[in-house]
Design a protein around this ligand. Structure first.
Ligand SMILES: [Mg+2]
Length: 263
């Protein structure tokens, strides 16, 4: 961990109420060819459990995955906050999904979107479509690079023409189309208000995480995982490096809470 990041972590663990919000894939879990096989690194998972056990500390996963898919891979303890579909699905402490009903037009658009993408990939081996409650994702990880780029370009063109209301969310080997006008930045803001957090720690690796980094304020801490340009204050190389940051943060937060317990 760089000294600057270490200093920033030491500062943030001293706030009264802390929200630790984490993207899942590519952040606590390394990428896998099949998204269903994705799991957090042992240290990242342990750090999440340790933080979750502490008072005045809330942990959340904020993922692009549909909520069911996130639940299946995250192995999250009860009470951990879960955000799925880039903010379109939210599960607060009760364990029940926060209902955000969709209107008839949106339901129709989601179905239309799925059909158009399925037609596009029908004859492309390796490509597949993930259907989500408020959108669909074109997966191209198992398609040769040049063919993947071509497929993504065609998908963009078709959807821009036929369903201009859909938002495009590019990611690592995925191209997502969402019909819900929300983003991870708004979702984290909502969690912040829900738990009355004094500061937010956020870590993520992908383009959609940039909405969160841009929304962070003074006193918050954003850590980007991987290379590339980012609005986050700090970057670490990979999920393994982030797991170390989280382990350090869990230990420092515990120590701080113990020291201030009887004040
Ligand atoms: Mg990610």
């Amino acid at each position: 961990m760089s000294t600057d990041l270490d200093t920033a972590v030491r500062r943030i663990v001293e706030v009264p109420k802390l929200l630790v919000a984490l993207d899942f894939d590519g952040t606590v879990a390394p990428f896998t060819d099949n998204p269903a096989d994705s799991r957090s690194l042992a240290d990242a998972h342990l750090a999440v459990i340790r933080l979750w056990q502490l008072r005045q500390t809330t942990v959340a996963y904020v993922s692009g995955r549909a909520l069911d898919s996130l639940r299946a891979v995250a192995d999250a303890p009860r009470g951990l906050l879960l955000v799925g579909s880039h903010g379109a699905q939210v599960q607060l402490e009760s364990g029940a999904e926060d209902p955000q009903p969709l209107n008839t037009q949106t339901v129709r658009d989601v179905s239309d979107l799925g059909t158009r993408l399925e037609n596009l990939i029908a004859r492309v081996p390796g490509a597949w479509i993930e259907h989500k409650p408020v959108g669909a994702v074109l997966h191209t990880r198992n398609v040769p690079d040049d063919q993947a780029a071509d497929l993504q370009r065609q998908a963009r063109e078709i959807i821009a023409q036929e369903l201009p209301v859909a938002r495009v969310l590019p990611g690592h080997d995925v191209l997502e189309f969402s019909l819900k006008q929300t983003d991870k930045g708004q979702a984290v803001q909502r969690l912040r208000e829900h738990v009355h957090a004094d500061a937010v720690f956020y870590a993520g690796d992908d383009r959609t995480d940039e909405d969160v980094f841009r929304s962070l304020g003074k006193g918050d801490l954003g850590v980007h995982v991987g290379d590339g340009r980012t609005a986050a204050e700090y970057s670490v190389a990979d999920p393994r490096a982030l797991a170390n940051v989280l382990m350090g943060m869990a230990a420092l937060r515990r120590r701080h809470l113990t020291l201030t317990e009887n004040l």
